[in-house]
Ligand binder design. Structure first.
Ligand SMILES: O=P(O)(O)OC[C@H]1O[C@](O)(CO)[C@@H](O)[C@@H]1O
Length: 562
């Protein structure tokens, strides 16, 4: 197992000097685990940085949000107490804002076996801290919409313009029609671009900016394939980091996504068109909770009732997003490819409703990234590396070229249109910012589970999603991905994750031990990645629950649009 070199405070905390035992859920009481280190060292730093930001930029923040000195002061005080409660392992405070979502949180807190920061599961405590940070803002008058991480996320986007321009240029060639083999190769390449983009997470780095430049890129003096000296080239990165992808199921993912998308497209075209039905009183669809009064006999547009439908209205691919900035940009590129190649008709992006794990995408970040691509300004003159075979002194004709943001801006334009016409859909269900692991989604949010069932496949990005997929359980590293999911199978699932926490599944026998020997901290740095796939999914049947929108009134296959 990895050697841990942080101090373990057994005097003041209920902590044991052990790693997380096998098949046990991760928790702060295991002193030699990343859970303990995160709660004891990382999270307090993240909170301190928010306090520093409020103190340093108080005036700017006040002006932007129309907030007062008192708002800033009370938020700082709130975060200070939160930080102190965390490091001294206090009992959780209930949330005091009065919303249905906050009341749910209080119920979940009540239901947990242990309500102390280090004694409850790591994922619960960590999510609770971010939820409390949000409450600190909600309790002020003027900082209700304040995102404590906005500045860091924006800086991270601006620092990644160079690799975005490089990817944008190449993406345009991938969007055109090509032969089948090229299409598959391009899909696999884009998956890997998305994988390594997950390195750009500001939570692991505790808010410090992360450079995409890998050690391999920086150190390898022998490589000959880098097209541009000093340029961050994500395509080169894929080649350089080939051996760091511990499980790579990308080829299988492509084959299954294509096959499933084709089946779904056929099923959709075989569905009868939904007709408008008159809204006469007494008909099965007569009394949905429509907000506007409808006149008797008036035709209402009809939609298929989501709880009765077993075929979606479009072929859809879902992405459960992780980080904003360059990582979201890479997700958008994959989504654009799926649309342009007519593999799917819609891509749904699931994002976080509130600021989360420092750099996770919120609806505002989504808008920011697309708008910033649309208006990006970047120019860099590059000297191409002279290949050894070129005669001395003779530089190839194209020895200098200019990288600019022209193509990036075009992509920003296209994505804006996709958002407007519903090709791209942004969704932010509360469940993503709850403390629950995914095997429990059906219990806590059956509606979201059902929504996911309509997808051709659901792509989960990043480390936190991976932890939740595995139920936060430190399973045997050789356990298969499907078994590790513990029954969570709304649709075929893809996980793209750079390893930033000490749990993993699906490794070949002996690999885990070999990696530990090589680098004791390999699970904490995001240097390794996995591309995993579970093709199985639960069949979509008419729901046995009433539709979420119509409640008990839902009785038909077709409902009046509300
Ligand atoms: O952005 P990601 O990939 O979900 O990573 C989030 C970070 O948060 C954690 O999940 C917990 O702090 C880490 O394991 C990881 O460093």
């Amino acid at each position: 197992m990895p050697a841990y070199d942080w101090p373990i405070d057994t005097e003041n905390l209920p902590v044991m000097r052990i790693v997380t035992p096998r098949n046990v859920v991760m928790c702060g009481i295991f002193g030699k685990s990343f859970a303990y280190y995160s709660l004891r060292e990382r999270m307090p730093v993240i909170l301190t940085k928010v306090i520093d930001y409020l103190s340093r930029e108080g005036n700017k923040i006040k002006t932007k949000h129309g907030a007062t000195d008192e708002d800033v002061r009370s938020l700082i005080q709130y975060i200070n107490k939160l930080k102190n409660d965390l490091i001294t392992n206090k009992k959780y405070d209930p949330l005091t804002v009065d919303t249905p979502e906050a009341r749910n949180w209080n119920k979940w807190i009540e239901e947990t076996d242990s309500q102390c920061y280090f004694l409850n599961t790591w994922v619960f405590t960590e999510c609770y801290v971010y939820r409390r940070l949000r409450e600190g803002c909600e309790l002020t008058n003027g900082l209700q919409n304040f995102d404590p991480f906005d500045e860091q996320k924006e800086r991270s986007f601006q620092n990644s313009l160079e690799p975005m321009c490089v990817v944008a240029e190449k993406l345009t060639t991938m969007l055109q029609n090509g032969d089948k083999d090229k299409r598959k190769a391009d899909f696999v390449t884009l998956l890997k671009i998305c994988l390594w983009a997950n390195k750009c997470d500001l939570s692991l780095s505790m808010g410090e900016q992360v450079s995409l430049k890998s050690d391999v890129l920086n150190n390898d003096a022998n490589k000959t394939t880098t097209p541009c000296m000093g340029t961050i080239d994500p395509f080169q990165m894929i080649l350089d980091l080939k051996d760091k992808v511990l499980v790579d199921e990308s080829s299988k993912i492509y084959d299954r996504v294509i096959a499933k998308a084709e089946v779904m497209a056929k099923a959709i075209s075989a569905e009868p068109e939904v007709q408008s039905v008159s809204s006469e009183k007494g008909s099965p669809t007569a009394s949905p909770p429509v907000e506007e009064e409808t006149k008797e006999g008036e035709e209402l547009p009809k939609i298929p009732c989501p709880s009765k439908m077993t075929t979606p209205d479009a072929v859809m691919f879902d992405i459960v997003c992780d980080n904003a900035g360059y990582e979201l940009f890479s997700d958008l590129c994959l989504a654009h490819f799926l649309i342009a190649q007519e593999i799917v008709q819609k891509v749904r992006f699931h994002v976080k409703k509130i600021p989360w794990f420092v750099s996770d995408v919120t609806p505002n970040d989504f808008k920011y990234v697309i708008e910033s691509c649309r208006t990006a300004d970047y120019k860099k003159e590059m000297a191409l590396e002279i290949q050894p075979e070129a005669p001395e002194g003779e530089a190839p004709e194209n020895a200098r070229s200019v990288l600019n943001a022209d193509t990036l801006r075009q992509l920003g334009e296209a994505w804006t249109k996709f958002l407007e016409d519903g090709t791209f859909v942004v969704m932010c269900d509360d469940f993503w910012t709850s403390p629950h692991v995914y095997k429990d989604m059906k219990k806590y949010d059956p509606n979201l589970y059902r929504k996911l069932q309509f997808a051709v496949a659901v792509l989960f990005k990043g480390d936190l999603n991976y932890r939740k997929l595995l139920g936060e359980r430190n399973c045997n590293p050789t356990l298969g991905f499907e078994a590790a999911l513990q029954g969570f199978m709304p649709a075929p699932l893809i996980a793209l994750r750079t390893v930033k926490a000490d749990l993993i599944c699906g490794l070949p026998k002996g690999k885990f031990e070999q990696l530990n020997k090589f680098d004791e901290k390999w699970m904490e740095k995001g240097d390794y990645g996995v591309i995993q796939f579970c093709p199985k999914s639960e069949a979509l049947k008419p729901s046995d629950r009433p539709c979420a929108e119509y409640g008990a009134e839902c009785r038909g296959v077709v409902c009046a649009q509300h």
